[in-house]
Design a protein around this ligand. Structure first.
Ligand code: AMP
Ligand code: ZN
Length: 470
């Protein structure tokens, strides 16, 4: 088997084959933050897991379109807007900005598209209209529109694809207005919530009167609008399996009649002293709390990536100290390689195919990160021995750094070279930018190669080119 993931939909480990098996294009949707507070590091465990999946698919040659929504209207947000007497946008924008800042501190790639629910109201409305037209949704006496589980099942559709549900205990006609409910409260859920005085100024017009969308329909509408009716991967924390993801499947498949998502991946919880880290339990750390204690985003990222995504993970501050020690081991090895490679004359070749093979075999197996770390630390020990024994030539060292860059493109944990580029190098970078602007790609490639022989690589990012010392 090549690359495989545990698919919650099939309840088994399955080989990953994109929907369009002949192309390398992959659509991936990760449920994003509800911007009513700072994300805690339990949330970050799930988002860093999404970043790992995206980076690893890219490493394996896929062209990933990574979508992460911003939930900027839902029950909890409305409550906080009311309590803080602000406007919806004022309230959510501060946490949205903080979210993207934290994402950068944690070395996550920004998703390619980050739709905000409030900007997709027309798509949400038209999705609800489709469900009503198909007889699967109805407006109740309270003015809200609900999804009818009975009607959906009556069309031969399967409600309960991700989790087992007990329909015997479901009372027909029972409805749940809140976005969050347990399996025991299985009932018709709200798609459109009629305006009530507590909503304040948070409402939009709709064919069913003023109101606002339910949380579940937001994700169905945004994901299908950006990625199409059917797409490859959908990710989230394990608590989202029910009701959020089950409802997303029902709304999407109910409206389009097509399979919604091929692979569902769920990350397990981050725990604190055996309990789920959550705001309601008050046992949480935000990333900012940890930065204030003197830890770095890189150390937090390393810790979050140290365990397999499907196993619960117990967070401790000692664990972060351990992460620091492990990163130092890697950093020391890489900086010795950098020193040695500084005098490399010929272009690097060779590297460590063994490390790449072991790393790939590990992560191909449902992202077996423990085996991947084991391969990395074996390589670090071996490389340190070879450096100490003066067996490595500068060219060997440069080649090993190329290998490390490949590995690090997935992990994103390497320290950024602190060295400030000298003026000559900066001038070359500028010349390369000018050549690219003029679409003289031959010249820009030549300059890139020249930079490389002088010990610098250029990495193009959405924010512009970045120089890194080899
Ligand atoms: P929220 O902002 O509450 O919608 O949560 C954002 C993401 O964090 C969701 O995918 C949740 O499943 C996930 N999440 C929430 N708590 C934890 C936790 N303790 N450990 C891991 N993931 C979590
Ligand atoms: Zn979602």
């Amino acid at each position: 088997m090549g690359l495989s993931f545990f698919n919650t939909l099939s309840h088994s480990v399955q080989e990953f084959v994109p929907l369009d098996a002949n192309s390398k294009k992959v659509g991936m949707y990760c449920c994003g933050p509800t911007v009513y507070d700072f994300a805690h590091i339990g949330n970050w465990r799930t988002f860093v897991f999404g970043d790992l999946v995206r980076r690893y698919l890219t490493f394996r040659g896929y062209d990933v379109k990574h979508v992460m929504n911003i939930t900027d209207v839902e029950d909890k947000i409305i409550r906080r807007v009311r309590e803080t007497k602000t406007t919806l946008r004022e309230f959510t924008s501060q946490y949205e900005t903080a979210f993207f800042d934290d994402m950068k501190s944690l070395g996550c790639h920004l998703p390619n598209v980050t739709p905000r629910a409030t900007e997709y109201i027309p798509d949400i409305v038209s999705l609800i209209e489709k469900l009503i037209a198909r007889g699967i949704a109805y407006q109740a006496a309270d003015g809200s529109v609900y999804f009818s589980i009975e009607k959906y099942r009556g069309c031969g559709c399967n409600y309960g694809q991700l989790v087992k549900l007990n329909f015997e205990e479901m009372r027909t006609g029972e409805r749940v207005a809140s976005d969050e409910y347990e399996k025991e409260s299985l009932a018709d859920f709200a798609l459109w919530k009629a305006r009530v005085p507590d909503d304040g100024n948070v409402f939009w017009p709709s064919p069913w009167g003023e109101g606002r969308p339910g949380w579940h329909i937001e994700c169905s509408a945004m994901s299908m609008k950006v990625l199409g009716n059917s797409f490859d991967l959908h990710l989230g924390g394990e608590d989202l399996k029910f009701p959020h993801h089950e409802d997303e499947i029902a709304q999407s498949e109910g409206a389009t009649g097509k399979p919604f998502v091929k692979y569902w991946l769920h990350g397990a919880f981050l725990l604190v002293e055996g309990k789920k880290m959550s705001k309601s339990l008050g046992n949480f750390f935000t990333l900012r709390d940890l930065l204030a204690k003197g830890f770095t985003g890189r150390e937090v990222r390393y810790l979050l990536l140290s365990a397999h995504y499907r196993g619960t993970f117990n967070f401790t501050l000692d664990g972060l100290t351990g992460a620091r020690a492990s990163l130092t081991r890697i950093d020391e090895c890489i900086s010795k390689l950098r020193e040695l490679a500084a005098t490399a004359g010929t272009p690097p070749s060779g590297g460590s195919p063994q490390l790449v093979a072991d790393f790939t075999a590990a992560l191909d197996t449902d992202l077996n990160i423990s085996a991947a770390w084991a391969a990395i630390f074996d390589w670090v020990s071996d490389t340190n021995k070879r450096i100490a024994g003066k067996i490595l030539t500068p060219t060997d060292a440069a080649a090993l750094l190329v290998t490390w860059d490949q590995i690090n493109s997935v992990l994103g944990i390497s320290a950024v070279a602190e060295a400030e580029a000298p003026a000559e190098i900066l001038a070359l970078l500028e010349a390369r930018q000018a050549a690219r602007k003029a679409k003289d790609f031959k010249r820009s490639d030549e300059i890139r190669d020249e930079l490389k022989t002088k010990g610098w690589v250029v990495e193009d990012s959405p924010k512009g080119p970045k120089l890194k010392k080899i």
